[in-house]
Design a protein around this ligand. Sequence first.
Ligand code: VTB
Length: 325
Amino acid sequence: MATSDKSLGRILTLELVRVTESAAIAAARLRGQGDEKAADQVAVDAMRKELNRLPIDGTVVIGEGERDEAPMLYIGEEVGTKNGPKVDIALDPLECTTVCAKNLPNSLAVVALAQGGSLLHAPDVYMDKIAIGPDYEPGTVDLDKSPSENLAAVARQKGCEVKDLTACILDRPRHAKLIEEVRGTGAAIRLIGDGDVAGVIHTTDPAETGIDIYFGIGGAPEGVLAAAALRCIGGQIQGRLILDTPEKVERAARMGVDDPNRKYSTEEMAKGDVMFAATGVTDGNLLNGVKFSKEEIVTHTIVMRSSTKTVREITARHKATEKFG
Ligand code: VTB
């Protein structure tokens, strides 16, 4: 970014907190109500309102879906006051809608922001992913290696045995073979119902989360958001889009993906100066969920920036009378 954009970047990092706080508060009001659509909708409305207050000329590149299926925060929607730098925005106003509807752990409001053209324009398809934390040499894991080889490489560098590692995997029938192979190595598995953005971020702090490696197939948009987070906090993610029909290959090509089999590194999914913020909706390993009381609403947010690698955790106490969304 240019120098003036750089100082604006510092300000924007903190401004992003308001964006995810607002979405998280709106969604948290509907926690456990069993209505994922309603929870998602209020989070989208709240996030969009806050984004439109930011002094940016922003384009949503990872959003709620393609224009014909998502009325708000769709891919390509322009947000912000236009009075500022051109930026790409990746967002998920409510990551884990089902988790929020059931009031289970790790539902988040998430946004990432980078200089225009810096985030992978990923179509809404699946992505095969593998991720590890910051304490490993580049290229330690690779999607083209077997799970056993990847686990062995991680154990070698961590200085432990494979059976001492824990892998995080989405609990889906498509992962039956992967789960069997990982179990066969003796490594432990943490199966998660949803939420692979949090799953990937958890690899960055194994002492706290108990997770060393993330494996498996989840959403491509979540892959780009996770890459943005790792650019700031450290760690590696590798992703490959799953383009298993001619329609998906064509859709991806329209978004600039010319090689359907390409493996994307962390930097290829999120390059340049990246900012990332996430606020907890429900309680989780990473963040506490929103707490409501008569007097105040308490939110817990992590916000970070790749250029300085500063990671801030912000607990905010909002007056209960303040209007959100
Ligand atoms: C994952 C998970 C998300 O989608 O990316 C998943 O992290 C992938 O899709 O929280 P399937 O549910 O079809 O497996 C979510 O569950 C929802 O966006």
